[in-house]
Unconditional design. Structure first.
Length: 462
């Protein structure tokens, strides 16, 4: 029963918050209007005091469970108690009600911030970019150096745990498993804690992904109590699961490893829409493990900066590899000069995103060969079959997103040079059943998903 009351705290605590904010807004009214709403103000303050007491009791019971940082949760507790006490004083002391409501509101804001830190992790409200490799706008920076990490990583060394694994754990796991909150007694914010495991034992067995709950629980059905992250939380993407798999299988190195070593883990850039990067919610599937990014010539820093000034995102996929993730979706405009700059990074680009941009066939055809490009997003552009006539420029292409473009049944022939293609997105295109059957014949290994122009399902080929 007490445990049930404790779990009600996140629900109960929102009642005094709403009531106090209502009282605070009424206290800001001019004196004449404030007099007219005085009964409502008194009632709001009284209900705030009573509901704050209930929130404090349930919060105390929750804190005694031991899943939260002792110092942080204690500060949150006393600030919550202070908020309730000042609200009670505002209720029983009419002459000081207005300033006491203001004081109580201020205390509530600080207590709420600490509560958010406890439930969502440090830096939830004011995230820092950090110094780690970033592959997407919402990717966090590198964590504090783990116990076995070197002070610096040379040009021939890479740091898979710091640069690839840590951003995933921080983004998807540390809200429940960090210094602020240790659900199940488990922390995932450092090497020592990961090796230690939680109340149910170790979560990492080097070289054995299926025997490591850190990985195996990602693949459980979404409704399974052991599935991680829990249902309702942001799920890992397929590429993220592949990164965890490859890292554990390689022996889970926490320090730097040679760039030429086959155990190197590269975090693949994640798709910015659901079509090209679906989240995995425990399907019991086998995850394909993409190869590590090659070590490429260093890109021209002047070109990189010029693209960034135009609004493009240009980031290394993994520190030291020089392989690039290039996104144009926030660029001010796509014109010939922008495409020229993109073409100057053709030797280093592993993923190119132009979804939603005013990209035409001539501009796309103006791009030179991209010998290492693996993922290409042309969704919602003006590219048609005519723009795909020179696909031999992308010999390593594995994923192509043509959602919402003008391509049609000629797609099978235009993509014939792309022998490594494995995934193709054709939703809302002019591709028909006939075109899809032809695609199956020419590219039997390609998984193609699509919806025809009338909204009917075209199908899938594997």
């Amino acid at each position: 029963m007490l445990d049930f009351m404790a779990r009600l705290h996140p629900l109960v605590v929102h009642l005094p918050i709403g009531l106090l904010l209502f009282a605070f807004l009424m206290s800001l009214l001019p004196s004449g209007q404030r007099e007219r709403v005085a009964p409502a103000l008194v009632l709001a303050v009284a209900l705030t005091a009573v509901s704050a007491l209930a929130a404090c009791l349930s919060g105390y019971l929750l804190r005694t469970g031991g899943e939260y940082d002792e110092v942080l949760s204690l500060r949150h507790q006393w600030l919550g108690i202070a908020t309730g006490a000042v609200s009670f004083a505002a209720w029983v002391w009419p002459s000081g009600r207005r300033p006491l409501v203001w004081l109580s509101t201020g205390l509530m804001v600080v207590a709420g911030h600490l509560g958010g830190t406890l439930t969502h992790g440090e830096g939830y409200l004011f995230p820092s970019s950090g110094d780690g490799a970033v592959v997407a706008q919402d990717t966090a920076g590198s964590a504090e150096p783990p116990l076995s990490s070197a002070a610096s990583v040379g040009p021939s060394m890479v740091h898979p745990y710091r640069d690839a694994v840590t951003p995933i754990l921080r983004d998807k796991c540390e809200g429940c498993h960090s210094a602020a909150k240790r659900k199940g007694g488990l922390r995932l914010d450092g090497e020592a804690w990961i090796r230690k495991g939680g109340r149910n034992g170790k979560v990492l067995i080097s070289g054995d992904p299926s025997g490591s709950p850190l990985y195996a629980h990602l693949l459980r059905p979404l409704d399974d109590d052991l599935h991680m992250p829990p249902k309702g939380k942001r799920q890992l993407m397929r590429a993220e699961i592949a990164v965890i798999h490859r890292w554990v299988e390689a022996g889970a190195p926490f320090g730097p490893v040679p760039a030429s070593d086959t155990v190197v883990v590269g975090r693949e850039p994640l798709s910015e829409d659901a079509d090209a990067g679906e989240a995995v919610a425990g399907e019991g599937m086998e995850v394909s493990v993409p190869p590590p990014p090659p070590v490429l010539p260093k890109p021209d820093t002047g070109v990189v900066e010029a693209l960034r000034r135009r609004g493009a995102i240009v980031q290394e996929v993994m520190t030291g590899s020089h392989g690039l993730y290039v996104s144009l979706i926030h660029a001010a405009a796509v014109d010939d000069s922008l495409m020229h700059l993109v073409g100057r990074l053709s030797e280093q680009t592993l993923e190119l995103r132009a979804g939603g941009m005013d990209l035409t066939d001539p501009r796309f055809l103006s791009l030179p060969a991209f010998p290492h490009l693996r993922r290409l997003d042309l969704s919602r552009t003006r590219v048609t079959d005519g723009g795909l006539l020179r696909m031999e420029r992308f010999p390593e292409l594995e994923v192509l997103n043509l959602y919402g473009t003008g391509v049609g049944d000629g797609i099978a022939e235009t993509l014939r040079p792309c022998g490594r293609l494995r995934r193709l997105y054709l939703w809302r295109t002019a591709v028909t059943e006939t075109g899809l059957r032809r695609l199956r014949m020419v590219h039997p290994a390609v998984q193609a998903d699509g919806v025809g122009p009338a909204g009917g399902v075209v199908g899938e080929s594997r």
